[in-house]
Design a protein around this ligand. Sequence first.
Ligand code: NAD
Length: 326
Amino acid sequence: MKSALVCGAGGFIGSHLVKRLKREGFWVRGADLKFPEFAETEADDFIITDLREPVNCRAIVDRRFDEVYQLAADMGGAGYVFVGEHDADIMHNSAAINLNMLEACKNRTIKRIFYSSSACMYPQHNQLDPNAPVTREDSAYPADPDSEYGWEKLFSERLYLAYHKNYGMDVRVARYHNIFGPEGSWRDGREKAPAALCRKVAEAKNGGSIEMWGDGEQTRSFMFVDECLEATTRLTRSNWTGPVNIGSEEMVTINQLAEMIMGVAGKQLDIIHIPGPLGVRGRNSHNDLFEEKLGWRPSQTLNEGIKKTYPWIERQVELMRGSNAP
Ligand code: NAD
């Protein structure tokens, strides 16, 4: 039986990855500071641990694994990573996890380790035009990410690649663009635009209004979590290191995203634009390299993903209302 270790298995993508690996027949160990919030973990073994401590990383890597996925990070949406208040924690915590996990895997002669970097590592000067942002993999340098979160990702990408070069480890590095789906943060301050807008639409009365940070004309693309996992496992099992984008190429404005969610919800709402943290003006994934190396590109539309995500968030809103009722 094949075995896998998922670091960050209590988080959004990690908890979905555990389910997928179990369906594939793996024995899975999950590790995180917390259990998944919205469903029981399906991991065979789940260790609550702080991966900023080297000794804890050594403890979870007490055996060989066929695949290690390192998804643990101090992370969140714009309201967490672009406000500046968490920069030191984000850089320290995530870098410590990556330094420790690589060392632990090297000492156990574990070879195959996947690392989730982020599109936030791309230079901000290439993402000023909302209609033509550049995120080709070879546009990463000269580096100029717009957040400390992005700088840490860039540093850690290089760290993984250095372990590949010097210690022959089969690292795999992906740059995730916005990933969304059910069972992710939706109201804890770490939620991203799709979950936040789904929540606001679910909470609003038909004919009412929702608030949105900025003018809503900034562009992004959003990938449904199942497609992210398909790309992640394909890359991990390939014989190619990356770094490579994993994201959708269906670019929309945030206003269009909100309209789409309203369409799925069957509600007509006004959008009130308010000041707030925004990130770069435009961003879209660029998937030619993934297709060239791995012969696959995503095909699900944003609307299909919203149709699977909105009902889950609407249900959370109803449950919350029920629990707050007198
Ligand atoms: P998430 O916040 O839901 O999951 C991250 C998990 O890491 C959390 O469960 C958290 O508790 C855990 N963690 C944090 N510090 C830890 C520590 N010291 N020890 C052990 N566990 C710790 O985030 P996610 O959306 O599932 O993202 C997974 C990975 O993908 C992250 O590395 C993130 O930076 C990257 N990524 C995600 C997106 C996205 O759109 N979701 C985009 C780009 C990159």
